[in-house]
Every structure is written in C-alpha cells, then in structure tokens.
Ligand binder design. Structure first.
Ligand SMILES: Cc1cc2nc3c(=O)[nH]c(=O)nc-3n(C[C@H](O)[C@H](O)[C@H](O)COP(=O)(O)OP(=O)(O)OC[C@H]3O[C@@H](n4cnc5c(N)ncnc54)[C@H](O)[C@@H]3O)c2cc1C
Length: 639
C-alpha cells in the first residue's frame, strides 16, 4: 500500500527549511566520490543540479536527448525569473512572493514548499550574477526589474527576451566545467527509456543512444529526473517539439505516482493558430503585458482594421474586469477572459480566435526606442512569423498550452514515493498549485537544482550507506533493456499507413477540445471514450520509416507518442475526479455567476496522486491533504 508522507518539517513557516537543513544527514567529502548519481535532463533544473552535485564531489552521469545540453528547452524561456529582492523598493518581501505564489496557484500548493521557494529566490539571483548572467540593469548599474502577472510589485529579473537562454548558459558553463574536470560524464543524444528499481529503490536507467540505436543500462545510487513538462500532450503548444512525457510516464509505470495532472497552463499571449500544417505555437512573453494593452472591438463581428476602431469602441476587457491587476492579471484568468470575448464573437483576425495586444500608447508615452530596447527580439520574432509590424499594428494573440503544473509526486526533499528517485523542475508537481505565476518556473527549476536537491539527496545517500550497490548486470537491468528493445522493434514492425505525427495531432485536437481551457464531466467522458481507439489505431496502423540502428526521429517520436496516448487518459481521469474549478483546471459546471473558477475547499483541498494499475485500467487515487497553517483560504480575486 502506497502512503504519501510529504515530510514537511514542523515549526513556524519561516523556520522550516533552516530547521530541516540542520537535521539532514550529511555525507562526508571523501565518501561523496563513492556515490554515483544519474541526472536525466540538462535544462535549468538538471544542469544546475548536475553542476552542484559534481562540485560537491559526487560522481555524476548526465543525460539529454538533444545534441548538446545547452539545447534543452529551458533555452526558450523569454520573460524573466522572479526573486524577492525588493530592489525597486515597491513593497516586496519573501512573504509577499510566497503569498502571491500560493494565491496565484489557487491555494492548491503546499505552503512549506512555496515559502522555501520564495526564501531561496534571492540566492538564485546572486548565484547567477556571480556566474556572469547578463541581467538587464538600470542606468545606475542596479539590476532592473519588471512585472509579471499576478503581482503588484516588480520582481522579475530579465535578460531582454532571452532570460532562459542566458540562465542556461550560466548553468551549462558550470556543468561543462565539471565535465572538463571529469566529475560529470555527459551523455548527449541519449534518451532514457526506463528507470530500474531493485528492491524498491531506484538504481539506474536504461537509455537508447539516438545515433547508433544501442540500448544500454546505467547503474547508480540515485536517479534524478529533470525532464521538463508534458504540454505537448495537446500536440500544439509553446513547448519545443521534443518536449515529452516519456521519462516521468515510464517512472509512473514502475510505481512512482503522478500528481495533479489536470493543472495545465494555457498561456494567454501566443501567436494564434493559422492552419493544420503547424507543428508548434509561438509564445509572446507575458512581459509584453507590462506595456501592451489587451483589447477587442466592443461590437461583435467588427472587421475594421484596428486603427479605424475609435477608443470608445474598444473593450480593454482585462482592465475592465480586473482593475487592480489589469493587463497583468494571472494567466489562467487572462486566458479564460480572452476565450470568453472570442466565444462572444468579438475575436479578431481571420479565425476570430485572437485579441489585440497593443503598444500604441506605450510607444507614444515612452518612444519606440524604449520599447525596442525592452522587447526587440520578441517584436522581431512576431514580425517574422506574421509578416506584420507590431510597432505599427497591434499584435494578435490567443491562449495556447504552455506549462504543466502536474508531474511526478515528490515530498519536501524532492524525492518521489520511490526511494532514490528524485524529480526536479517542471517534471515534478510541487510548487505552483493549480496555476503557475509568470517567471516562477525558472525560479523553481534553479531553486531545486542549485539549492534544494544538493542538500536533500545527501540525506538519502547517507541513510543508504555503502551497502545495496548494484551493477548494470543485475537481472532487473537486463529485463528493462529487453523491454525497451522489444518496444523499439515493435514500432518498426507495424508498417501501417499513418505517420506518428498524424496520430499525435489527432490526440492533441481531442485533448484541446475536451480537456483544454474548459472541461466538463461530459467532455471528459467523451475524451476517455475516444482515447483507447486512437491508441489502438497507433498500435495497428502507425508507420515508422527507417531503421533502429541509425538516427531516426520518427522512431524517437513513436515512443513519445505511445506514452502520450496512455498519459492523456490519466490526465482526463484526474480532471474528472476534481469536481471543482481552480487555476488552470476550469470545469464549466463549477463557476461563479461571473464566470470565475469556483473552488471546493471542503472536498478538494488535496493533491491527487495516481498509481498505475495497468494500461487502459482506471488508476488508483491517493490523496495528500493540503494543510494551511499560515494563510487563510480565500476566494481568489484580482478585481
Ligand atoms: C516559450 C516558453 C517561454 C517560457 N518563458 C519563461 C519565463 O520567462 N520564465 C519562467 O519562469 N518560465 C518560462 N517558461 C517555462 C520554463 O521555461 C520551463 O518550465 C523550464 O525551463 C523547464 O526547465 P526544466 O529544467 O524543468 O526542463 P527542460 O528545460 O524542458 O529540460 C528537460 C531536459 O530533459 C531532457 N529529457 C527529457 N526527457 C528525456 C529522456 N527521456 N531522456 C533523456 N533526456 C530527457 C531534455 O533533453 C532536456 O535536457 C517558458 C516556457 C516556454 C515554453
């Protein structure tokens, strides 16, 4: 019987982490080099963890499927990273960042985790500045800040519209330094396809070399998954095309619990879909809403070009509905509001699924050069994709799948329910509750990798001692290798008529329609009825060209889509179970008369963690009650 122990330390909220640190067991320096830790993923979470653990003296083996660790999806992050430094002196504090994050997550995250995150946020900025990350600065030389949704202070540190890239270069250099010193062995172009448990403990992985096709086992004393999010279950999303669910899904099939999957973030500011040929969507960073104003024509079906629509005939709907936060209302709320006005027939652009993000007023006030300085790479990207000049014509934006708050369940130490299996960054479920605030994912990934895991993993290893070491020749590894090899052969042998992508697209469209920005019991039941059919079609009729002993992207995708086809069902079960609306999970049956999400704290104030029961079978639900000692549960209001 699986039991969920969150291991939240006792004591007052501000003291929990320090107290916990004082009690964690330590591994002495000369023993550290006797432990091997596998880290899967080299995004901000994985790279920062690998560099930090190697610096501490552990042997680290690090895996990613890209050709270089620095091509991890974190590189795409645009807008910024939060920290409670209060440099602008506008009233920020650790408490305020904590409270905004808890409230932003619609009171569905653990207090203790979120408070620790806010505390650590300031260390991250110091660490990154020391690495030379070129954060934007004021004329005086101080680091500059801007605002992101769900906050009334400016606490977001940024490097123009390339914050993820600059932070990742910092973490990557720290990682490469350790690679150079022989402390980290890097396996690029390797995909982890199974996690191996011996006597219930994670003892390694099976990975496939994506260049040669070789399937091989790697043994260790602990395994860390830093494998990112699963928004590509919707096929079209702002995530890189390669982002997938395989690592965490296969860990789930080995007994790790997947939690809160229905909390999917639909980002309000993406370039609208233009046709069936698209394989991904492009984000226009939330930072643009510092200066851009969101509006639609007041009249339904108004097809006049934007400059011909006079001021009094425009509906600045976020400013109207949420005067305190206006255009910087949180993502879930802003997305739903955009959908609402489009559903009313006021949407703009050819499809009617778009709203304007207009910089005219900011350009008049500040000058085009200031806007160019702040956002030029985003404006250039928009111009290249749409052929329109956003300095002259308002951008058109529409919500799209972007980030996933759910993931593998972890305790306060970031360990899953499987001993020795740690999960960090977007791959875990931990800190954002039902909705992540903008600029908080980078903060969480780096907090996990630089400042939490390096302490907590030592506690597990110290408890393990030097016993129970296993090699890659153990029977469990051989069994897992055989499973991976069989699956690869099977994909190649089906030789049906449909491409992997066409099936993925079909699944994504179904998920968007029935489990997207709005869900209901009826729509979720429809999705649950349809998914097994698509899965069957895949296993009967997919066509994977090429061979298994050469680079073969269709084969890589086949494995990932096979996992999405099982995982999607689980996501729908989670959404069906949660008979309330909160954050990124909007059930149409549970809304206020004003169309806002209606939580049910009495019955649903819990983390839903699911246990695998077999493919196509209903998973087993475990509940971790959420206890709030320091904040009062309140109706979330941004009005
Ligand atoms: C367009 C965009 C802009 C964003 N902007 C911001 C922002 O401004 N601020 C903010 O806070 N957040 C932002 N986010 C969110 C943020 O970028 C991500 O949540 C974060 O970067 C995830 O980091 P990660 O380290 O957890 O995972 P990732 O960066 O996704 O890295 C995953 C790693 O795991 C590896 N991997 C995965 N599966 C396997 C496997 N089976 N085998 C081997 N390796 C594997 C990959 O190779 C990769 O190295 C943005 C997201 C998007 C999509």
């Amino acid at each position: 019987m699986t039991t969920l122990d969150s291991k939240i330390p006792s004591g007052a909220l501000p003291e929990k982490w320090d107290k916990h640190l004082a009690h964690l067991r330590l591994v002495n320096p000369s023993n550290k080099r006797k432990y091997k830790i596998i880290i899967v993923g080299t995004g901000l979470a994985g790279a920062s963890a690998a560099a930090s653990l190697a610096e501490l003296g552990y042997q680290v083996e690090c895996f990613c499927f890209q050709d270089s660790p620095r091509r991890a999806h974190s590189i795409a992050a645009q807008g910024g990273i939060n920290a409670a430094k209060n440099y602008p002196n506008d009233g920020d504090s650790v408490w305020r960042l904590f409270y905004d994050t808890i409230k932003g997550g619609d009171f569905r995250a653990r207090e203790a985790n979120v408070y620790r995150l806010a505390q650590i946020s300031n260390n991250i900025i110091d660490q990154c500045v020391a690495q030379g990350v070129p954060f934007a600065r004021e004329y005086s030389g101080y680091l500059a800040n801007r605002s992101f949704g769900g906050a009334q202070v400016s606490r977001t540190f940024y490097a123009r519209g390339q914050t993820g890239q600059q932070l990742l270069l910092g973490a990557y250099q720290a990682l490469e330094r350790q690679v150079g010193q022989g402390a980290v062995k890097m396996y690029a172009r390797h995909e982890m396809l199974d996690v191996v448990l011996v006597d219930g403990h994670a003892k390694g992985i099976v990975a496939r070399d994506l260049v040669t096709g070789e399937v091989k086992s790697y043994a260790a004393d602990a395994v860390v998954l830093a494998t990112g999010g699963y928004a590509n279950v919707f096929y079209l999303s702002t995530n890189a095309k390669g982002c997938n669910v395989t690592a965490i899904h296969r860990a789930y099939k080995k007994g790790a619990l997947l939690a809160n999957l229905c909390y999917t973030q639909i980002h309000p500011t993406c370039i609208p879909v233009t046709g069936d040929y698209q394989s991904k969507l492009t984000l226009m960073s939330e930072s643009l809403r510092n200066d851009g104003r969101v509006w639609v024509p007041k009249k339904k079906g108004d097809k006049r070009p934007p400059h011909e629509i006079p001021e009094e005939e425009r509906d600045y709907f976020l400013e109207r509905k949420y005067p305190s936060y206006g255009n910087l209302s949180p993502r879930d709320i802003s997305s739903r509001s955009a959908k609402e006005v489009c559903d009313e027939g006021k949407g703009v652009g050819g499809s009617g699924l778009g709203v304007y993000l207009d910089f005219r007023e900011a350009i008049e006030r500040l000058g085009e050069n200031v806007i160019r300085e702040r956002y030029s790479n985003l404006f250039d990207m928009y111009a290249k994709i749409t052929g329109e000049n956003p300095y002259k014509v308002p951008m058109r934006i529409y919500p799209a799948p972007h980030y996933t708050m759910g993931g593998l369940w972890v305790d306060y130490n970031l360990m899953s329910n499987v001993p020795g299996l740690y999960v960090i960054g977007e791959a875990n479920f931990s800190d954002h509750g039902a909705n992540r605030l903008g600029a908080s994912a980078l903060m969480q990934g780096l907090a996990d990798g630089y400042f939490v895991l390096p302490y907590t993993i030592g506690d597990y290893l110290a408890g393990l001692g030097m016993k129970n070491k296993v090699g890659a020749d153990h029977a469990e590894f051989k069994k897992a290798e055989a499973g991976v090899t069989d699956m690869t052969r099977k994909f190649l042998s089906i030789k049906g008529k449909r491409t992997v992508d066409s099936i993925h697209r079909e699944l994504g469209a179904l998920m968007w329609e029935h489990c997207g920005m709005a869900r209901s019991e009826a729509s979720l039941k429809k999705a649950l009825a349809a998914i097994p059919g698509i899965r069957e079609e895949f296993w009967k009729n997919v066509n994977v060209l090429g061979g298994g002993e050469e680079p073969n992207q269709a084969l890589e995708r086949a494995g990932r889509v096979a996992d999405f086809l099982e995982f999607a069902e689980l996501l729908c079960f989670d959404a069906l179970d949660r008979r309330e609306s909160c954050g990124g999970h909007f059930r149409t049956e549970f809304q206020t008369t004003e169309g806002e999400a209606k939580r049910d704290d009495a019955n649903f104030s819990y983390v839903a963690a699911w246990e695998f029961a077999g493919v196509g079978k209903e998973p087993v639900l475990h509940k971790e009650p959420l206890e709030f000692e320091s904040v009062q549960l309140a109706v979330r209001s941004y009005k």
